[in-house]
Design a protein around this ligand. Sequence first.
Ligand code: FPP
Length: 266
Amino acid sequence: MARWTQILRMLFPVRRQPKQPDSERQIAPEDLKIPVHLAVFMDGNGRWATQRGLPRTAGHRAGAENLQNLCRMCGRYGIRYVTVYAFSTENWSRPAAEVEALMELFVEFFHRYDRELEKEGIRVRFSGERAGLPEPVLAVMAQAEQGSLHRKKLQLIIALNYGGRREIVHACRQLAGQVRDGTMQVDDIDEQALSGALYLPDVPDPDLMIRPSGELRLSNFLLWQSAYAELWFAHVLWPDFSDEHLAAALADYTRRDRRYGGLGKT
Ligand code: FPP
């Protein structure tokens, strides 16, 4: 380095801006990237209730109330599909009283909130196995689906008696049946064909999956569809998940470089 440059540097040191890590880059609301399909684990209801000395079912009730908030928030952001994990094929192993209370809550929720869902333009759909669900739940599901077909703003998909592995088995059986009937060749079975045989083939794969409660696993939720979903985890329990958490998840999602196995932007 020339001596004069060295002297000038000593006299007038250049103040460099510390480089802001990408994870802290501020995102203006108008620059948020909005996922088309958001999937949410409504997890942590039991712990939320236990922390307050309440029965676990009180946590599920608070979780159901928060589902209504989530729908409102998704509508505001212009998200088109939101899938929530309400009851897995494995949840039958919980105590009978908890399972029964959950089933009653599903029925109550739709009676109580249908008007609000209507006002918000929310179509309700279900994903999962209907077999094994109690009659009043099946009745309310049919009513909620039929009565909301015309609503266009947001699709609320409730994964009820849902298991990702069970769904893949269901799809395989569909395709095997078509091969047996001669309407499909074995060589025609590809990823697109399997996607087309899932419970809701018209619904795009989730872009972002949010799991509150501190657990870091997929728990059999949307196993096929989550192949390239962005995952977002937080320690908040589901009944306390708020607009701020969703805003933080969307900001993180905006900062992510979705490469789908390619080289992406960077
Ligand atoms: C998981 O938390 C949550 C569930 C198994 C039930 C989720 C259901 C609702 C929130 C009811 C509302 C749904 C509708 C469709 C009205 P957890 O009980 O496993 O919590 P924990 O891990 O703290 O025990």
